[in-house]
Each structure stands twice: as C-alpha cells, then as structure tokens.
Write a protein of this length. Structure first.
Length: 131
C-alpha cells in the first residue's frame, strides 16, 4: 500500500507539472479538473486542463512521446526527462505494484488536454480496503 500511495502522488505531481509547464497559460489561468474512480478493483484517474492553443506541432510531439514510451528504456528516460513527465508516469504505473496499466493522453476540443491513467490494484482484504 505504501508504494501504491507514493506512485499516486507521483502521478498527480507529473500531471500538474505538465499542465503548468505545457499549457501555454499563466498559472492563475489554468483550470484542472480531476476525476478519480475505483470500481471492481480498477483505479482510474482522469485529469483535464485547459491549454492556450492547439497545433499540429503539439499533436506531433504527443505522438512522439507515445512512441518513446512504448520502448523498453522508459525508466532511464524517466530519470533524465525534463519535459513532459509521461515517461515518469508510465514508469510508475508499469511496475509490479500495479496490474494491467494503461496511459492515454490527448488533446480534446475546446483547447483542453486530458490524461487518463488506469490500473488494477490487488486488494488483499476487501473488508479492510474501505476502512
């Protein structure tokens, strides 16, 4: 449980830092919406933030990051990365503490960006999970 909580904190930090660094907005103008679900053993986190402007160059950069994440050297890149933070997010959820990890990130209409993270958490005692 302790490592899982550490990982969740890392996820939030990386997503918030991405919004601040890459939205193109002043920090006072950024709006971040968080939706957190836990159902049937699956944890799902969706974070959506506004952005200043969408461009094809941004979409190309996102595609490039997706391709990089699919490679095996993600943990090394996560330690060195100074940009998006998605390598760190993937490295966090793609560990033995989480099952069936999924990471999606995309630009939405109306100048918004969304990050969606899903993984399965193994609960040892269902009764203790809610206390």
């Amino acid at each position: 449980p302790g490592r899982t909580l550490d990982g969740m904190v890392d996820l939030y930090c990386a997503c918030f830092e991405n919004a601040i660094e890459h939205s193109g907005l002043l920090i006072s103008d950024i709006q971040i919406d968080v939706d957190l679900k836990y159902q049937n053993g699956i944890f799902e986190l969706s974070i959506r933030n506004n952005i200043d402007n969408y461009s094809l160059e941004l979409e190309d950069r996102i595609s490039q990051i997706r391709n990089e994440i699919s490679k095996k050297d993600t943990r090394i890149k996560a330690q060195k990365e100074k940009g998006s933070g998605f390598h760190k997010i993937w490295s966090t959820i793609n560990s033995p503490h989480y099952k069936d990890p999924k990471l999606n990130f995309t630009y939405l209409e109306q100048c918004q960006f969304e990050v969606n993270v899903q993984y399965r958490i193994e609960v040892l005692d269902e009764q203790d999970a809610y206390n």
